[in-house]
Structure formats: structure tokens, C-alpha cells
Design a protein around this ligand. Structure first.
Ligand SMILES: [Zn+2]
Length: 68
């Protein structure tokens, strides 16, 4: 069963659930039970050994040095 990580739009809690894609809409925040959430895509940090590249994602992950 795949895992999905979400960030609650209500309280900001980030949580991971084990579910099927078709059941994502039923997933609730464990903290406040809100179904309002956005998908969080966890990515393995991309490190360029000895490189000087500041962007590893094209500017859309919001988490790497190229996005901050
Ligand atoms: Zn919440």
C-alpha cells in the first residue's frame, strides 16, 4: 500500500497516511480531523558533489536551495 504525505490546511500538521489513491479524499488530519489538505511530495535531497548548482528541482519543490 502506498504512502501519501499531506499538510493540513487547517492546522498545518504534516502527516503520512497509508491508503489507496482513491481513498485520499477520506484521509483526515490526525490532529484536527480536517479533510482540507494539500499533498506534500517528499524528495530525496539531491546533492551535487563539488558542484555549484543552486537549483536541483527547477524551482517548484519549495524546499531546496533553488527555491528558497
Ligand atoms: Zn489539522
Amino acid at each position: 500500500m502506498p504512502t501519501y504525505t499531506f499538510k493540513c490546511k487547517n492546522c498545518g500538521e504534516v502527516y503520512t497516511i497509508f491508503t489507496f489513491y482513491s481513498k485520499i479524499g477520506e484521509a483526515k488530519c490526525p490532529k484536527c480531523n480536517s479533510k482540507e489538505k494539500e499533498r506534500v511530495y517528499k524528495k530525496v535531497p539531491f546533492t551535487v558533489q563539488g558542484g555549484t548548482s543552486s537549483s536541483s528541482c527547477g524551482g517548484n519543490c519549495g524546499g531546496c536551495s533553488g527555491c528558497s
